[in-house]
Design a protein around this ligand. Structure first.
Ligand code: IPE
Ligand code: IPE
Ligand code: MG
Length: 241
């Protein structure tokens, strides 16, 4: 297939940003260097995604399991998030992009929580790209938190159990109101979901590449979209029968 206008562009791309540590190690550098480069790459990819006409981008940046990493690495990541969340205001302004954080941010220091609230508020009227960042995100945790709120509403008489259907349930997830991803990309060779968007990826096409996240640029993105175009999609339709 030729690259260009005739390609069907997915409405929503979800990415597992993986391989920063191994990428740095291969260069004889500390893992934190990989995270810094990975974070810088996120800025570029946001622009590329927007230029291609993708409306929604959801990235996995820190999982509920990632707290188990060394204190040094976690501290480095927190520092990176602090800087990135501040910088992200400019990026959102430039790309007219609305930013939303999914995951349980109550586990972060207060200043990080405040930066998230500020960024979400600042960008809430932009609608050219909808950018979701998964921070302290785990799909099972998201589902349990959602069910807890749903049960509370039922106990308060706000909804009756018979009225609970897929639509109602989805409205309790962090991704409420966001369409399901059409394409999920995981970089750096692993072929697992690592607790990412278990409910939302039910019919999504998966694309795995050995390229590490800091090396994943526009040509790799186009290649993923090309592969997506070759798939015979039953739902959401790239190639409908
Ligand atoms: C992804 O890269 C970034 C985060 C999970 C924060 P990794 O840190 O998982 O890098 P590898 O997989 O160990 O190479
Ligand atoms: C998944 O990557 C989480 C993020 C990219 C933030 P991990 O590197 O943490 O996942 P595992 O440990 O390989 O499953
Ligand atoms: Mg990893």
């Amino acid at each position: 297939m030729q690259r260009g206008a005739e390609m069907k562009i997915p409405n929503h791309i979800a990415i597992i940003l993986d391989g920063n540590g191994r990428w740095a190690k291969a260069k004889g550098m500390p893992r934190g260097y990989g995270h810094v480069k990975g974070c810088a790459n996120l800025e570029t990819i946001c622009e590329d995604i927007k230029d291609l006409g993708v409306k929604y981008l959801t990235v996995y940046a820190f999982s509920t399991e990632n707290w188990k990493r060394s204190k040094e690495e976690v501290d480095g990541l927190m520092k990176l998030f602090r800087n990135y969340l501040k910088k992200c205001k400019k990026i959102s302004e430039k790309n007219k992009m609305r930013v939303k954080v999914i995951g349980d941010i109550s586990a972060f220091d207060k200043d990080i929580q405040d930066s998230v609230t500020e960024l979400e508020e600042f960008s809430k009227d932009y609608d050219e790209l909808f950018f979701q960042i998964a921070l302290n995100y785990g799909s099972r945790d998201e589902i349990v938190r959602g069910v807890r709120r749903l049960a509370r509403d039922a106990a308060d008489g706000k909804l009756v159990p018979e009225e609970i259907n897929e639509k109602v349930f989805e409205s309790y997830l962090d991704t409420a109101g966001i369409p399901d991803p059409d394409l999920m990309i995981r970089t750096s060779g692993e072929q697992r979901l690592s607790n990412y968007l278990l409910w939302q990826l039910a019919y999504t096409e998966f694309y795995f590449t050995d390229v590490a996240w800091p090396d994943f640029h526009k040509p790799e993105l186009l290649q993923a979209i090309e592969k997506y175009n070759e798939r015979d999609r039953r739902y959401g339709g790239v190639k409908e029968a």
